[in-house]
Design a protein around this ligand. Sequence first.
Ligand code: GLU
Length: 477
Amino acid sequence: MIRTRFAPSPTGFMHIGNLRTALYAYFYARKNGGKFVLRIEDTDRERFVEGAIEKIYRTLKTCGIEEDESPEKGGDYGSYIQSERKPLYLEYAKKLAERGGAYYCFCSKERLESLSDDNGNRKYDKHCLNLPKEEVEARLKANEPYVIRQNVPIKDGEVSYTDMVFGKISVPYEDIEDNILIKSDGMPTYNFANVIDDHLMNITTVIRGMEYLSSTPKYNLVYEGFGWEIPEYMHLPPIMRDAQHKLSKRHGDANFEDFTAKGYLPEAIVNYIALLGWAPGDDREKMTLDELIEAFSASGVSKSGSIFDEPKMRWLNAQYIKELPFEKFCELAKPYYEESVIKGKFDYDLFSRSLQPRIEIFSDIIEKVKFIDDFGAFAQEIYYNKKLKVEVEMVKPILEASIKALTVATDYTNEGLVNTLTGVAEALSLKKGQVMWTLRAAITSLPATPMGVTEAAEILGKTETLRRLNFSLNLLK
Ligand code: GLU
């Protein structure tokens, strides 16, 4: 059975590159009727950030990714948090040493530093590999600090494997260093822990970022040292900020929760990033999680990095926003109204009726509602509209007739206002659009607004609408 895993390090953020790795590992497992495992790789205690593990759980849940085994859900493979598996790695490192695939190293920092060449490059010289067994035992007994290193065979030729995306990858033996597997604090390095856990957790398919592409031969030598079966590998191309730069953790906006805070819907983020680096083989752009799973295959994964295009993600998000049931839209929009200039002033749901088809992300609301508050003296040129043939001279009679009609009107709903103003246009023998345009300018004092006059007047209500129209009438020379 196919088993994939997502193995994040809890360093604080859920970078969207990591999230995409999780998605592909999840898709691949689901598509193949397999299992998807979440393992926390927290052996690097210096990079550990409080609360980061919870953020990982929260993000996966928000995105609809359901793991089969994890620290929260448990499973048949012991703890799914590496720091809690610490004794296991030492035990396996000792076993590997017995089999000749690893050795104890007691070299001092000074000695290691002396191995650097003129360019600061350093390759460990296997000094401790040849220590007599008795000496190793005596030094261990005397509690001398040590590390355990991988013993890479000295030979010509290359170590190769076939990656599902990148094809054959080969690295010469001589380029592979005897890396540390167990550090002096007894913690495993990533190099070792990932191999041990992937093997012990029966992971069949390792899906991860391509930064591990060329170190994988080294990991495969560890599998071979134990006589274990090597998993299949799918390395993923990077997500790029532009043609030259990877989207980095330091580049603030690349975190999942920054996007949700801006008002992206998780479904839209998932949809967008799933298509960064993989294509379903047709021209679909809007896909549900189930459709993504159904369409996913390694053959659609691209070898080259894809540029993260936020306007494109905005566009996709707008499609999702348009489809939300109105009540849901209002509920999700509320925090953004509360953050805007209209906080506590108008009926948010009336705004939502106009804004749902007009925003791309929820935080657009904050800008889009500003116009309603910006009312004040303005230059008369804003009435001019070439296309609708509105001249500034026409404004006075339109305002006067409208004020009259709107004073007696009682129906201030959008529909009621449309009826009243249609009547005004007919009475003046003008086109409806000419009256609407003129009044929109008069009640907002702005050359452009995100909604028409009747929608705005419904929000403002009768008293404020009439106050503004009278103000604008008085401004006319
Ligand atoms: N903990 C590693 C990381 O976050 C995981 C790499 C892997 O999937 O093997 O980069």
